[in-house]
Design a protein around this ligand. Structure first.
Ligand SMILES: *[C@@H]1O[C@H](CO)[C@@H](O)[C@H](O)[C@H]1NC(C)=O
Ligand SMILES: *[C@@H]1O[C@H](CO)[C@@H](O)[C@H](O)[C@H]1NC(C)=O
Ligand SMILES: *[C@@H]1O[C@H](CO)[C@@H](O)[C@H](O)[C@H]1NC(C)=O
Length: 480
């Protein structure tokens, strides 16, 4: 006997009630709101003359003389250059062009893959990219030089002051033929993608900027992973942008130098190269399969139930990798998981990790979703790690501009050391850096919310940049 109409109706009604209850028991996240905020954050990091469209209005113009001063001891006969603009990449007031360029590349990749899910936020994401590329065009405007940094990090880190108040020299540091800097140059090329001039520059004068600029970039953004990965990453983006066989040949000749296939972040681009190249249309298909295989290996090292897993997870489910600012790993890895899931899906493939383990693309998306949900508050502390999202979020982030009063409320200059009282105060930061995602909890899912604890409480552009794409995906695909 089949079921009667009423019986079926009752089952359907109860089924949908269960569904509703099921989602409301777990935290339901507003990915659209988080997406808007994740992009807004970049306005809080802006350096230079702010436009009338600036929405984060507690920030004001800063660094308006950047690059005008030249250290002639380091660069004799060097012209001054306009380096106004760009981003402060974390909680300090230095412009480090290497991580800034990586963040820009990831914002661009976010738009390329997920821009169609961004709705009205797409324009803001494009603005956020333009704010960086305008600056990179300046940073590459002097033939023979690529600017790698503005400001002296030792001086800067010794002060706790608003970017609007800086009065120390804002010298630009450039890499050149004699002081090479392939990684920063190639990452700028990746960020600009269409600029083969910059790329040629990086390749022609091979050498690491850590060696050339030494204490100015290390230990802050010392390139530990080497520059080979940035050269291939730059070439991969240029191949995608230009389709020129030149870049395919270049990749072919240099890919053997890309060995850390488990790594992806501002320092190492290796896993990103493999994921990106596994679907570049105009690359030889046999060749693209080997990128796909390396990208598979990356994912196999990340899936918690995979036999070759090599990352750790907290009890609450957050991915952990060695090194500071852990949340950058959670967001960058989630980004690659989503992109690789769609490659697998399009290729009608499952992921194989060894002979006895496989996973469907939906599993990769589910893992990415678990990371985003953790960040937004589905964690043992019920705490969102994005400032201004949800009822409970970090209040004392390690960020100079956020922790000091805004110029709007306090017009007198706060000198270098005068900010210390604000740094040491237990009060919440007066300015909400809305959308900033901090370094995050420790491996035991606890979080101190202390300004001094910069490893956990500092936001960075390279935590947010990949998250923008991930949030755009879940903005439309809420459940998968
Ligand atoms: C210029 O560079 C030299 C050599 O590194 C350094 O000793 C000097 O302090 C720098 N000057 C400024 C104003 O930064
Ligand atoms: C988090 O929320 C859950 C569910 O509402 C609650 O049971 C738990 O006690 C909360 N934990 C903390 C640390 O607030
Ligand atoms: C995490 O907890 C374990 C066990 O209680 C402890 O040994 C370890 O030091 C803790 N780690 C951190 C980073 O707090």
């Amino acid at each position: 006997m089949g079921m009667g109409f009423m019986q079926r109706l009752v089952i359907i009604v109860i089924g949908s009630l269960l569904c509703v209850t099921g989602t409301s028991l777990g935290l339901k996240h507003n990915y659209g709101d988080a997406l808007t905020k994740s992009i807004l954050f970049f306005e809080g990091q802006r350096s230079g003359k702010l436009p009338p469209t600036q929405r984060m209005t507690w920030r004001k113009d800063s660094g308006l003389q950047d690059g005008f001063q030249v250290n002639h001891t380091l660069f004799p006969a060097f012209p001054q250059v306009d380096l106004v603009g760009g981003y402060y990449d974390a909680g300090d007031n230095i412009k480090f062009n290497f991580p800034m360029a990586f963040s820009t590349t990831m914002l661009a990749w976010s738009v390329i893959e997920f821009g169609k899910f961004m709705g009205p936020d797409l324009d803001h994401a494009v603005d956020a990219i333009g704010w960086a590329t305008d600056y990179f065009l300046k940073a590459t405007s002097v033939p023979g030089f690529v600017f790698a940094e503005v400001g002296d990090p030792i001086f800067d880190h010794n002060c706790w002051e608003r970017p609007e108040d800086m009065d120390q020299p804002r010298i630009g540091f450039a890499v050149s033929k004699d002081h090479p800097g392939s990684e920063v140059s190639a990452e700028i090329a990746a960020a600009l993608a269409a600029s083969s001039i910059v790329f040629d520059f990086a390749d022609k004068y091979r050498g690491s900027y850590s060696g050339s600029l030494g204490s100015m970039v290390c230990p802050f953004y010392c390139d530990f992973g080497g520059y080979q990965d940035e050269l291939v990453w730059g070439a991969a983006w240029l191949l995608k942008a230009t389709k020129l066989p030149y870049y395919e040949n270049y990749i072919d000749q240099n890919i053997q130098n890309v060995k850390n296939i488990g790594e992806f972040g501002w320092d190492s681009k290796d896993a990103g190269i493999n994921v990106l190249l596994s679907e570049v249309k105009h690359i030889k298909s046999s060749y693209s399969m080997s990128f796909m295989a390396s990208a598979d290996k990356f994912v196999c090292a990340v899936l918690p139930e995979s036999p070759s897993v090599s990352v750790s997870y907290s009890k609450g489910g957050l991915l952990f990798k060695p090194g500071g600012s852990n949340m950058q790993h959670a967001t960058a890895t989630s980004f690659l998981l989503l992109v690789h899931a769609s490659h697998l899906y399009k290729a009608k493939r499952r992921l194989h990790c060894g002979a006895n383990f496989f996973a469907y693309p939906s599993r990769l998306r589910k893992l990415a979703k678990s990371q985003v949900d953790y960040i937004l508050g589905s964690n043992p502390l019920n705490m969102s790690y994005m400032v201004g999202y949800g009822p409970k979020f970090p209040l004392r982030i390690h960020h100079r501009a956020s922790s000091l009063p805004s110029l709007v409320n306090y017009r007198s200059q706060v000198h270098c050391k005068e900010g210390s009282t604000y740094f040491e105060s237990q009060n919440p930061n007066p300015n909400l850096l809305v959308g900033a995602v901090v370094g995050g909890p420790d491996i035991n899912d606890s979080y101190e919310d202390s300004r001094a604890d910069f490893v956990h409480s500092e936001p960075t552009t390279y935590i947010n940049a990949p998250l923008v794409g991930v949030l755009a995906h879940f903005n439309i695909h809420h459940h998968k």
